[in-house]
Design a protein around this ligand. Sequence first.
Ligand SMILES: CC(C)(COP(=O)(O)OP(=O)(O)OC[C@H]1O[C@@H](n2cnc3c(N)ncnc32)[C@H](O)[C@@H]1OP(=O)(O)O)[C@@H](O)C(=O)NCCC(=O)NCCS
Length: 181
Amino acid sequence: MVIRLTDIPEKGPAVADLTDIFFQSSSRTSFATAAERTAFLARWTAYYLDHCPDDVLLWREADGSITGYLTGCRDSAGAIPLHDGLPGYTVFADCFAAFPAHLHVNCRPDRRGRGIGAALIEAFASDCAGAGLAGLHIVTAPSARNVQFYARAGFDHRVDRAWAGHPLLFMGRRLHQGPQA
Ligand SMILES: CC(C)(COP(=O)(O)OP(=O)(O)OC[C@H]1O[C@@H](n2cnc3c(N)ncnc32)[C@H](O)[C@@H]1OP(=O)(O)O)[C@@H](O)C(=O)NCCC(=O)NCCS
């Protein structure tokens, strides 16, 4: 089932599970120092844990283990610390008005392909729709396997651009028909 990080009284073990899943899912696997590894984790997760804890959603199994997570942010344009920290974050800044929220989602490798990622996205989309947001988005690589996953989840507004020579794909999902959606 989907739960919120903020609904868990003892957050430490859940954040440790999120950290494990993050590194099991990252394409980057080697780090020169422990500090570099810590900084990499912080760049991708700290803003969400610190500023949007209500939008950190977890998939909890019947045995209590956490096997998937979603880190969401409802105001991409206002998330200034992310603008410098995340590669390519501002490449699609002109799309944020129509698709203001964004998310990252990862599942433990042995639990993929069972609908956990889709359930986490639906929970966040429902929260964003309830808050009256026009849409949400993700950014991925155009060649990534997860493109099909997001397309099935309703992210049908596609914008291809490049950042530092790397192709990036913006995928937006409309929630409400706003003036620019
Ligand atoms: C992408 C991901 C979050 C989807 O969650 P999930 O619970 O596995 O997804 P669902 O069961 O709801 O849907 C299955 C789809 O997920 C995607 N998927 C499954 N395993 C995947 C993997 N190892 N890598 C990338 N995408 C994967 C596929 O599109 C799959 O559909 P397919 O088998 O028809 O290709 C999850 O697979 C994952 O963590 N993948 C690796 C990390 C990743 O790509 N994260 C997103 C970063 S933008």
